[in-house]
Design a protein around this ligand. Structure first.
Ligand SMILES: Cc1cc2nc3c(=O)[nH]c(=O)nc-3n(C[C@H](O)[C@H](O)[C@H](O)COP(=O)(O)O)c2cc1C
Length: 361
């Protein structure tokens, strides 16, 4: 039984993948303080990983505590998905998710991401290639001859890093089951046609489909259309996870009940707020009027400092600037919050973060 099936016994509440946001330190903190049921990495292009793009591999660093953790991959060439699946399996991930929802020009303009909605035959070949890649890895493992020298070195180096956290089993052994391949997509390209699109995906049987209730053309504008998601749910035997504009536990309960999705992924509402996942047990029981958890200022500061330290540990001092947006996201909605954010978006290192936050205690 793959991990999705186990999760699907009750509605699941997971962290949505977000490029430039759900990096390794972000995921670590979200898991530790919110504990979403499933975690998905930001997308990594199959072309990039097969060329040994080191920066891309950084997106695939994960902590053992994040499990089940799924790697999201994007691209448009089935053969590359076949090979990339080997690498993802080799790195010990619990699943592979294929990005068919990204509207960003640099992905969709080249035929990947959400533009695959317009090329369903190619989309189906991609899902099949990824599934075949997983099977082939289970049967014969990763032949290093298949990937170039640079990729081989990066994988060895990553495995060493990941093994530091892996207590029970050796990575190679642990991953020897077939991991599930899922798809995350949107309700259409330039018009809403989720039912027709999902029919295509159903033919190649992804383990689950996550559906964001906007078309590619809508990008992130307007409101997610949960009625369209509900129509898609009725039209397929593949479990559908709903996504889009869930801002509270009550939103999650309401959307799961009305659209009959098997769960939800939460994206932007997790910015600076891992606690959004804290009530997932109540969500699973469909409780009414759930009060979302509000940490004290002291508690929040401790978590922010831990996030900043984790960020430094994983990304090094050169990457610290990426932490600024996170710092600002944590502090909203109180007197002087804007002034505090103004200071936090200018910090260059951990000591500067500590100096700003220590003034608050
Ligand atoms: C900054 C940002 C980056 C995103 N990157 C990805 C990504 O890498 N892969 C993906 O499937 N979706 C990506 N998305 C879409 C989200 O996963 C999610 O579908 C969307 O934000 C709607 O959910 P929300 O309203 O809960 O945020 C991204 C969204 C944002 C805002």
């Amino acid at each position: 039984m793959n991990f999705w099936n186990k999760l699907l016994e009750k509605p699941l509440v997971g962290l949505s993948p977000m490029d430039g946001v759900t990096d390794a330190p972000y995921r670590y903190i979200q898991k530790k303080y919110g504990n979403p049921d499933v975690i998905i990495t930001e997308f990594v292009s199959v072309d990039g990983i097969l060329h040994g793009g080191e920066r891309l591999f950084q997106s695939l660093i994960y902590d053992e505590s994040e499990r089940p953790v799924v790697a999201q991959i994007s691209g448009k060439t089935p053969e590359l998905f076949f090979k990339a699946a080997h690498i993802i399996c080799e790195l010990g991930f619990d699943g592979i998710d294929i990005n068919m929802g990204c509207p960003a020009n640099n992905v969709s303009r080249h035929g990947g991401g959400a533009s695959l909605i317009n090329t369903p035959d190619l989309a189906k070949r991609i899902v099949k290639a990824a599934k075949d890649g997983v099977k082939s890895w289970v049967e014969s493992g990763l032949e290093f001859a298949e990937v170039n020298r640079k990729v081989e070195t990066i994988i060895k180096c990553m495995k060493k890093k990941l093994t530091l956290n892996r207590k029970q089993q050796d990575l190679n052994q642990a991953g020897k089951e077939e991991i599930p391949v899922s798809v995350k997509t949107r309700i259409g390209y330039d018009k809403k046609n989720a039912v027709e699109w999902i029919k295509h995906l159903t033919e190649v049987e992804p383990a689950v489909i996550t559906l964001h209730g906007r078309t590619l053309k809508e990008m992130y504008k307007g409101e997610a259309d949960w009625d369209e998601i509900a129509r898609a749910v009725q039209s397929t035997n593949i479990p559908v996870i709903g996504n889009g504009d869930i801002r509270s536990s009550n939103d999650a309960v309401e959307r799961i009940k009305s659209s009959r999705v098997v769960g939800v992924l939460i994206g932007r509402a997790s910015y600076g707020n891992p606690w959004i996942f804290k009530n997932k047990v109540k969500i699973k029981k469909f409780d009414a009027n759930i009060e979302d958890y509000e940490p004290t200022l002291e508690e929040k500061i401790q978590v922010v400092l831990e996030h900043a330290r984790k960020h430094l540990e994983i990304k090094g001092s050169n990457g610290f600037i990426q932490m600024r947006k996170n710092l600002a996201w944590y502090f909203k909605g109180f007197h002087n919050a804007a002034e505090l954010r103004n200071q936090l978006v200018k910090v260059n290192n951990l000591s500067e973060v500590e100096a700003v936050l220590n003034k608050l205690i």
